[in-house]
Write a protein that binds this ligand. Structure first.
Ligand code: FMN
Length: 474
């Protein structure tokens, strides 16, 4: 049979001829038990509710875990969405919500909403260090059970692609932050006292080459590194040994999921494939484009929200000008100190073809947007022409997201649609089947397809191995 190491996943040893694995056998039993789900599988957050209420509810009703795409939503919208999810799923079906690294006051407001709605699971992403808001969420409600074990009702899945960030999540909450929160009365002394006995996360998802923000590391390098890191962390802080290491990035087929489980993943998480389903909260036009994507139809662009830091995101390329235009803007920004330094032809080209407005018109719009809420941004940009150029250029990125979500066909070539190669692989698999069309694709059904297929594949491989046949593809 399969040997399980309790938390870290499934490793194939010998499987008797004729026996079959079921999808619910794959990955960590702890993941399934803790989250109360059928499979060690989750659908990841997608901003602005692309991972919509409908998508998360559909996953929850199927006994699966989906994270709601809270990024970029206003407070009222988040509040209304959490109410709806709660009303649909009640207290017992699993769901989670995205907690993105952001300005401290914004993170705090999101955590306030999560705690007010009793949200028990977050997918923490884009963090480079542990923040007070994250620690407050993690420690709220922590208690010692009658059997002496420490319980943390607020579960954190940390999505990471860098080892130093993974280390921070495998460690206890930083003592300085814990003391400050306790002194301010934001957590109780009892909760603070339990901090040294826990880790910052329950699940650590190694995100390889994915749709959206990505470091584009290959899964075959990243996942083993994270597994080793977890095992090493457990030598100095025993609770780290219980953290489940999962895999995301590039998973859109049974083969990809099977590979992750063979490498020791405790769970898998998908993103790109779920954007091309009936429940995803983006436009039909965007889904039509996604449905035709092949593996090679994605491109890297600067991430609009981290433009000046050089962070990259992966988007759909096929049939779109957005990737080339976004990269052009970044290249111009790198090479020039201000909009005034652009030569007249280039400046004219950017304003007419890319922005569709003059630099001044765009700046006035950006200025008006920030003047009321974040005047410091305006002040800084008015003193720093390079910063102002970045704000004018990233206006285009925000517009490109908006037109894609709205399905504004007048601006179809400017659609910014985060997407990784996983979707191309799935599209290829579904071509000529009823699920070829996105209207027949649903996130829970895709989860079943991937996990059932992975279980069949691994059963086949295990039979080959145990019957001493050569380990070769047919
Ligand atoms: C359209 C889209 C939007 C995304 N938005 C977010 C987000 O707001 N927050 C987040 O943590 N991850 C976001 N992601 C990443 C996914 O949650 C997931 O980690 C990733 O897509 C997995 O890799 P894959 O695309 O190869 O399946 C997004 C991905 C896509 C495709």
């Amino acid at each position: 049979m399969l040997s399980r190491d309790g938390t870290s996943g499934t490793r194939i040893t010998a499987l008797p001829l004729g026996s079959g694995l079921r999808p619910e056998d794959l990955g960590s039993a702890g993941f399934r038990a803790d989250h109360g789900v059928a499979y060690a599988y989750a659908s990841g957050s997608m901003y602005k509710a692309i991972a919509s209420v409908e998508l998360v509810v559909r996953m929850g009703r199927a006994g699966l875990l989906g994270y709601f795409g809270a990024g970029g939503l206003g407070e009222n919208e988040l509040d209304a969405s959490l109410r709806r999810i709660r009303a649909e799923l009640g207290d017992h079906r699993a769901f989670g919500v995205n907690l993105l690294s952001s300005r401290p006051e914004r993170e705090e407001r999101t955590v306030d909403a999560l705690l007010a709605h009793g949200v028990r699971r977050v997918e923490a992403a884009s963090f480079v260090q542990i923040t007070p808001a994250l620690v407050r969420y993690r420690l709220s409600g922590a208690h010692r059970a009658p059997d002496g074990t420490v319980r943390t009702p607020n579960r954190v899945m940390a999505k990471v692609s860098r080892q130093e960030v993974a280390e921070a999540f495998l460690a206890p909450p930083p003592a300085g932050i814990v003391h400050a929160l306790a002194d301010a009365g934001r957590i109780t002394p009892q909760e603070a006292g339990l901090a040294p006995s826990i880790t910052m996360c329950d699940d650590l998802c190694a995100e390889a080459d994915s749709g959206g923000h990505t470091d584009q590391r290959p899964m075959t390098a990243l996942l083993p590194a994270m597994l080793t890191l977890r095992d090493r962390a457990a030598m100095t802080h025993a609770p780290a040994g219980r953290v489940r290491i999962g895999a995301a990035g590039g998973i859109g087929t049974p083969e990809a999921a099977a590979a992750a489980f063979v490498m020791g993943a405790g769970f898998v998480l998908t993103g790109s494939i779920n954007q091309c389903t009936a429940e995803a909260g983006t436009s039909d036009t965007a889904k039509d484009l996604l449905q035709r994507a092949q593996v090679q139809d994605t491109a890297l662009v600067p991430a609009g929200d981290m433009f000046e830091m050089g962070t990259k995101a992966q988007v759909l390329r096929r049939g779109l000008f957005f990737p080339a235009r976004a990269n052009k803007l970044y290249e111009l920004w790198l090479r020039h100190g201000s909009l005034d330094e652009l030569d007249p032809d280039t400046a004219d080209n950017v304003q007419r073809r890319i922005l569709g407005r003059t630099f001044e018109e765009v700046w006035q719009e950006v200025r008006a947007r920030y003047a009321a809420t974040r005047p410091a941004i305006v002040e800084r940009a008015e003193q720093d022409p390079k910063r102002r150029m970045a704000l004018v250029f990233t206006w285009y990125f925000a517009k490109a997201t908006r037109v894609a979500l709205e399905g504004d066909t007048d601006h179809r070539v400017d659609f910014q649609i985060p997407c990784g190669p996983a979707l191309g692989a799935l599209n290829e698999r579904l071509r000529g089947t009823p699920r070829e069309h996105w209207r027949n694709r649903h996130p829970d059904d895709l989860a079943r397809l991937i996990m059932t297929g992975a279980a069949e594949l691994l059963s086949r491989v295990a039979r080959l191995t145990s019957s001493s046949q050569p380990f070769a593809a047919a």
